[in-house]
Design a binder for this molecule. Structure first.
Ligand code: SF4
Ligand code: SF4
Length: 239
């Protein structure tokens, strides 16, 4: 049966144990970085960073809030990245877990098409032009272990299990959180395998906290590129 994460951001303290555990399990190198005046570090996901605890300081209803958002691939149930490529050898969905997985053949695929297709702006290009992202720790899961990030979480923010159980947990927790934060909601719970609970409207957490896909199937990313291209072409003629 398909698996899912339930990520309760109201319990996240931004300790970043999940971020470090992800690096350790995948043997990924650290990023060279510096203090940018925010707890969020490194500043973005990358080819070598599949999990990132995003942090935002916001004044909401007159109160300063620290908002944490442990971001990763959502393992979409009908994954646009898989559909965009249309090559089951390059990107496929594990029928047992629901994980969306890149393979060696992904390296030969059109990296930009994969990146542009993602409504959550997740895949990142590496120096060799290939793309990477969270793999649901599918090797661990197939061996009866929790994903490394879930295993490392000390607060109960990160949860993983059968999809039905995670949805039930998410809905129960939503009711509890709503008593204190009436705007609380689950993000895209019907279409993804990584279900977030947030206390405030999602745009406070991250631009891509919810799917950017428009009904036309065009993502904001793609729409922006389409808008920018004619200007770039006009400028090149002027130059
Ligand atoms: S979040 Fe993006 S990269 Fe992950 S499965 Fe969905 S479309 Fe693919
Ligand atoms: S599931 Fe595994 S690969 Fe994905 S963010 Fe968690 S530790 Fe990283």
């Amino acid at each position: 049966m398909a698996k899912a994460f339930f990520i309760d951001t109201t319990l996240c303290t931004a300790c970043r144990a999940c971020q470090v555990a992800c690096k350790q399990w995948h043997d990924l190198p650290a990023e060279e970085t510096k203090n940018l005046g925010t707890h969020q570090n490194p500043p973005d996901l990358s080819f070598n960073t599949y999990k990132l605890v995003r942090m935002n300081e916001k004044v909401i209803d007159g109160q300063l809030r620290w908002l944490f958002f442990p971001e990763q691939c959502r393992h979409c149930i009908e994954a646009p990245c898989l559909e965009a490529l249309g090559d089951p050898g390059a990107i496929y969905q594990d029928p047992d877990t629901g994980a969306i997985l890149y393979t060696r053949q992904t390296r030969q695929a059109d990296a930009d098409a994969i990146i542009e297709s993602c409504p959550y702006h997740i895949p990142r290009k590496g120096p060799d032009g290939s793309v990477s992202k969270c793999d649901m720790c599918n090797d661990r899961v197939h061996n009866g272990l929790l994903p490394a990030c879930v295993q490392a979480c000390p607060t109960g923010a990160m949860n993983f299990g059968e999809r039905d159980a995670m949805l039930e947990m998410a809905n129960k927790r939503l009711e509890v959180v709503k008593a204190k934060y009436p705007q609380a909601l689950l993000l895209d719970p019907d279409t993804v395998s990584v279900i977030y609970l947030v206390a405030f409207p999602p745009e406070n957490y991250h631009e891509f906290a919810i799917a950017s896909r428009e009904p036309s199937g065009v993502t904001r990313h793609m729409a922006l590129r389409k808008m920018v291209r004619p200007f770039a072409a006009a400028l090149s003629h002027l130059g």
